[in-house]
Design a protein around this ligand. Sequence first.
Ligand code: NAD
Length: 517
Amino acid sequence: MPLPATIDDRLLGRLTDRVRSSGGATYKLLEVYTGEVITALPQSTAADVEAAYADAREAQQGWASQPLEQRLAVMKRFHKLLLKNHATVVDLMQAETGKARRMSFEEVCDVAMTTSHYLRTASRVLTDTKRGGVVPFVSTATEVRAPKGVVGLISPWNFPFATSLSDAMPALIAGNGVVLKPDNRSTLNVAFGVSLLEEAGLPAGLVQIVCGEGPDVGPAIVDGADYVMFTGSTATGRVIGERAGANLIGCTLELGGKNPLVVMPDADLDETVPGALFGSFLNAGQACMHIERIYVHALVAEEFTRRFVIAAERIALGASYDWEPEMGALISAEHLERVSDHVEDARSQGAEVLTGGRARPDLGPTFYEPTVLRGVTPAMRLAREETFGPVTAIFTYETEDEVVALANDTDYGLNASIWSRDLEAAERLGRRIRAGNIGVNDSLACAYASKSTPSGGIKNSGVGSRHGDSGLLKYTDPINVAVLKKQVLTPPADVDYAKYVKQTVLSLKAMRRLNLR
Ligand code: NAD
């Protein structure tokens, strides 16, 4: 299959040139639909990463000293350029990851929405805030938000464009530089996004791209950073978090999930079935918030399962650079093997495969059918481990307490979805599930797309969050600027100290009474 016309040698040259690389090593970047080589992606050495930080740090000084309005003007232009060039972003993303075009486009929307959100809110969030000083009338204290410096941003292949550009956006708006390490498999679309930022007016050098296998370049990325933004697996998150801790820098870790969806007995199945289908199979199940466990009330289990399986069988799979396929490929042959191993492990221990459960080499080297299982028991790998593929298991329950316990029986806590006609009852049940995102009558999109609200994982699904005011503030240090108009805090040299203590106790009492301090 020919690559889309937008991906020509000139573009590939421009994008690979963006990677800081001096050692000559390359990575064979494959077109997932065919397994053919797209280009040789330069790899960075630890010295390249250090040089990237040095240059980003220099560019950051000028960027941070610009008024916020000027930085926001760049992002306004970027928003326009992104929407104008969305087809190229989507072409690159599809070629590199094999995801369906529809899902690739959603990533463009995510970056546009995140940019728009911070364009609207950054001035309010980053403005100096007068807090009032320790002594009323004679002192002031102001909270000033200073950029951290240079942020190390490490992103995965499954939502490469969104997890790179959307997470870089608030860091840049706050005045930081960024050293960005996308996954080797999904670098070109990210590099194209960075080229759009520069076309919009971002100073050259402020965002640096480094590439390499995680364990090779990861330590240098964390060591050079003033803050780390990481999205990826829980195992890697631990490694990054430990190193960031040793370096005494902050980090956000957005990690894996094993997300439950609960169908209450009064759920509207006309909405629940397509909602659960999207939640389970979006991006071929390679989404951190996607649904891997469906708990259906016994009263509606048979009807739900019948409809869900029929709908899963109707999902259009395909390798094509147009809008027709609803589901694309898995990222790699290794990942296909992992997904297939989970299903075979369950099948061999007695789980029933209601549909799917097989690869589709006729469509491309890494296609796997939407798969629905029943009869999964705790001993099976896919009961507890993140499968990260188009595989979901259906369970039945009878009481709310039972389903809350089942939904919470996981080390992860990223997303949970509850479906019912009774919104209050669904929300009540949802709040009993320990997850960072709770969706009522929605699988994940509503929670993730609500950019005003922080979104992150709890338990083994992460530390910190993105979006909302805190998603911008985390890239800043609070600086406390305190001004005393008249020295009243230290007693004069000749004061009787006992008298001073008495007066201080009285004024503390008065301030409490007046609710002043
Ligand atoms: P991964 O942890 O293997 O890789 C993620 C990134 O980290 C890649 O760029 C990789 O090269 C890099 N990396 C790997 N080892 C490293 C190391 N030692 N030091 C520094 N960097 C290192 O994850 P993956 O399998 O590629 O991605 C899928 C995982 O990401 C899933 O678990 C998924 O749930 C999770 N994810 C989470 C979110 C979220 O927002 N919570 C979003 C997307 C994906």
